[in-house]
Ligand binder design. Structure first.
Ligand SMILES: Nc1ncnc2c1ncn2[C@@H]1O[C@H](COP(=O)(O)OP(=O)(O)OP(=O)(O)O)[C@@H](O)[C@H]1O
Length: 249
């Protein structure tokens, strides 16, 4: 393990007295694809919301020496923590390049698109290559496939040089080919960054997770490698009878 880690300790989030996250601890390091799984309402998204400052949490979420909890959203972004949402939040009317320019903090008018290839900055070129979107530079984001929109969101985080990528259900609604491409993309970007994936798709988790944290009713039910959590009877019990039973596949 090298580089700065994300260490979440005893994270708690309450909504008007309802405990959505009740003392969750996990860590994530560069070089691994870390998964957070659990049934509906387990508290997965709320954990991400707390780490990124969208909801108030107590406990601790540290990136290296820096405490994230209690900081404002934009300051957390500035520390290199990026996230995606369950619904892609790209600008549909703008091209892929314009979306990336905005992410990079630049503005490019549509007339300058003709010169766009020559003028593309290296971080954008790299993000396009990593996400396989190089050929879509001038495509309006609104007509990208569902998978490509998710990749564009990831590319926007790469352009911002995010050290931590928190991805909320990145493969929901994707075709099998898109899932495979996304899994391989996550493995590539995780080599140097912290990647935490919230997912429902068990097959995807089994194929690409390095370590898994299983949440249930706001608490950590089990934690470990895919094999370890799959073998945990408590996890099997929680998933028993669901379409995505842990032992399938
Ligand atoms: N803003 C909010 N106000 C009140 N309750 C909330 C709020 N956000 C989430 N909750 C509740 O907190 C619990 C955890 O929700 P969360 O969205 O984190 O679960 P999840 O594991 O991400 O579920 P899913 O897989 O369905 O997205 C749920 O019971 C949810 O209804």
């Amino acid at each position: 393990m090298t580089g700065t880690s994300l260490v979440v300790t005893d994270l708690c989030v309450e909504f008007s007295g309802f405990v959505a996250v009740g003392g969750v601890s996990f860590d994530a390091h560069p070089g691994e694809v870390r998964f957070l799984i659990g049934p509906n309402g387990a508290g997965k998204t709320t954990c991400i919301d707390a780490i990124t400052g969208l909801v108030k949490g107590t406990g601790s979420a540290k990136l290296g020496e820096k405490e994230l909890l209690g900081r404002q959203v934009h300051r957390i972004v500035r520390l290199g923590v990026g996230r995606t949402f369950q619904t892609a939040s790209v600008f549909d009317e703008l091209t892929v390049l314009q979306n990336l320019d905005i992410a990079a903090g630049r503005h490019r008018s549509s007339t300058s698109l003709l010169r766009s290839r020559r003028g593309t900055d290296p971080s954008i070129e790299l993000a396009l290559e990593e996400t396989g979107l190089t050929g879509e530079l001038a495509t309006p984001a609104g007509i990208l496939s569902h998978g490509q929109k998710q990749w564009l969101e990831i590319a926007m985080l790469l352009v911002q040089d995010a050290k931590v990528l928190l991805l909320d259900e990145p493969v929901a609604g994707m075709s099998q080919d898109e899932r495979t491409a996304t899994g391989e993309l996550l493995q590539r970007i995780a080599a140097k960054r912290i990647v935490v994936v919230v997912e429902h798709d068990m097959d995807f988790m089994r194929r690409y997770a390095t370590r898994v944290t299983v949440l249930h009713q706001g608490r950590v039910l089990s934690q470990g490698t895919v094999a370890e959590v799959q073998a945990d009877p408590r996890v099997q019990e929680v998933y028993l009878g669901t379409a995505d039973a842990m032992t399938e596949g």
